[in-house]
Ligand binder design. Structure first.
Ligand code: B12
Length: 478
């Protein structure tokens, strides 16, 4: 049997958000790797995790750690913007220890398995979709010729690439043990400033996988069917987080947490009946068409203090074109009700959508101001591979770069010329300025400053608001 080392590649906060914005970025637990590790341990396969993002390790540091470990399988997780650092890492690993088997997984590999093996010749296997069972099967194989019996992978056989039968998504998520947080440097994680309330560590717990909606910009790597952990399992995972890390806040993650009313109500009731709601305040993401006043009140009672809604755009025409299936009225209404029940809001807005005109960009900024969430995040549209948006733009020959490193929603802010997509008639410079303009117009308003002063609960809050204002002022005067 093999032993396994799992690696979160060294994509730094600066590479992700740029020099100014890095203070706001999240360094969060690589939950995918932690789930895989938990399952491998459950199957008695020796495993460790190197989280080079949290440990601020360079590629050289990782290779040194691999050399000193005896693991024969090296598993690396990869989102699209991490492509460059992962390729470099694979190269160095194969130069130093050519006999170790490199297995790649994660969103980018799931959508582009063959292309990933072509573009990273040092990688041996790519995992398509969920990796827990797949990697445990690979770890039990001594002879590479048997890889063809493992579902859900793509691998090399001589000069050919072989894709095996798909692995259906796990139906009973409780079969997977809770993420192996004991293998992670838990003290080193922090969520983005806008997601934490007060001080103290705020871990993420994943309660469901999959999403039935069809937004054209989303990769939806977990498929359409919404699969959940049982309420008992979720409550016991939260209790163990309270015991182990004395947490008082939590980020409850799912592709769309509130899509199944029965599930979210049962979860809220579980949190209330167990008394967890009196110890934990939590934040989550949702869609405006999956909540109503009754549910929002229940969520608030269950400890929810903040919801992040994907608003995307202030143009109904564009909302329809990205298949969001909600109306501007619906958004306004739910923002009003959410605030009324006492839940704070973070809004996500996309700039530079396909076909977006300058006045529609401004309409998005104006809509954000009108909705007035506590936090607004404006990102430049990136058509990630595997999305309908990428497919359409690619077919029209309008993808500007296939350099995957540039597929970062903050690359405009960082001054990159290589923004993957620019709408017809617009320029790179215009998009770069737009992101800054949106942030300035939204945050440098007296009402926002007053709102923030009202929400300051700790010295750390004050510090982060101060840094935020400085970053914005710097961009005004530049
Ligand atoms: C929560 C989340 C975040 C959180 C991260 C929280 C965390 N603790 O990890 C935050 C907000 C920080 C974040 C940031 C970003 N995110 Co994000 N995020 C998500 C979200 C909603 C859930 C991720 C998650 O927790 N998954 C749970 C675990 C269990 O899944 P997983 O990591 O994919 O791992 C499984 C499989 O992929 C596979 N696997 C993964 N790695 C490996 C490795 C091996 C060896 C094997 C065998 C298998 C394997 O097995 C795992 C277990 O089944 C997804 C949507 C989604 N459904 O995936 C988007 C998503 C992953 N994010 C996405 C993006 C683009 C980003 C950003 C790049 C955005 C940006 N700023 O530009 C950043 C990059 C951050 C980084 N570290 O590099 C895209 C990725 C698209 C792509 N092609 O890469 C997704 C798919 C959403 C979308 N738009 O479609 N994100």
């Amino acid at each position: 049997m093999h032993s396994v080392v799992l690696i979160n590649p060294p994509l730094t906060l600066e590479a992700r958000y740029g020099k100014d914005m890095k203070h706001f970025g999240a360094v969060s637990e690589p939950l995918g790797l932690a789930y895989i590790a938990a399952y491998l341990e459950f199957r008695n396969i020796p495993v460790r995790i190197i989280d080079s993002q949290a440990e601020a390790m360079s590629t050289d540091d990782i290779v040194a750690s691999i050399v000193s470990g005896n693991e024969t399988i090296i598993g690396i997780t990869m989102l699209t913007p991490a492509f460059g650092v992962v390729k470099d890492l694979c190269n160095q690993i194969k130069n130093t220890c050519p006999n170790r088997r490199i297995v790649l997984g994660g969103a980018h590999c799931t959508v582009l398995p063959e292309r990933t093996l072509e573009e990273i010749p040092q990688a041996d296997v790519v995992c398509i979709g969920e990796g827990e069972v797949t990697l445990s099967e690979i770890a039990r194989i001594r002879d590479d010729t048997l890889l063809s019996g493992v579902n859900g992978i793509c691998f090399r056989s001589g000069n050919a690439l072989i894709r095996t039968d798909p692995r259906p998504p796990l139906q009973d998520l409780d079969l997977i043990p809770p993420p192996a947080r004991h293998l992670l440097p838990m003290k080193k994680y922090h969520l983005t400033a806008s997601r934490v309330s007060g001080s103290g560590y705020c871990p993420t717990i994943l309660v469901a996988r999959g999403c039935p909606f069809s937004c054209t910009f989303c990769s939806r790597t977990f498929g359409r069917s919404f699969r959940t952990h049982s309420i008992d399992r979720i409550l016991s995972e939260i209790r163990s987080l309270i015991e182990s890390y004395q947490i008082s806040q939590l980020n409850i993650e799912a592709d769309t947490l509130t899509v199944n009313k029965k599930f979210i109500k049962a979860l809220c009731n579980g949190l209330i009946q167990s008394g967890i709601n009196r110890r934990i305040r939590w934040t989550c993401e949702s869609r405006v068409d999956t909540v109503d006043e009754e549910l929002l009140k229940l969520m608030h009672e269950a400890g929810c203090w903040q919801i992040s809604y994907g608003v995307e755009t202030g143009s109904q025409r564009l909302l329809d074109s990205i298949n969001k299936s909600v109306s501007l009225n619906q958004i306004e209404n739910i923002f009003r009700i959410t605030k009324k029940v006492g839940i704070s809001i973070r809004g996500f807005f996309m700039l530079g959508l396909p076909g977006e005109t300058p006045s529609e960009s401004q309409a998005t900024i104006d809509f954000a101001k009108k909705l007035n969430p506590l936090w607004a995040q404006f990102t430049v549209t990136v058509p990630y591979p595997g999305t309908k948006m990428f497919e359409d733009i690619d077919q029209q020959g309008k993808i500007r770069t296939y350099n995957w490193e540039k597929y970062n929603t903050w690359s405009g802010w960082q001054g990159s010329e290589d923004i993957p997509f620019v709408p017809d008639g617009r320029t790179v410079q215009e998009l770069r300025d737009l992101q800054k303009r949106a942030l300035r117009q939204f945050y440098l308003r007296p009402v926002v400053i007053l709102q923030f002063l009202h929400h300051i609960q700790s010295w750390r809050d004050l510090q982060k608001y101060f840094i935020g204002v400085m970053v914005l002022l710097k961009s005004v005067f530049r």
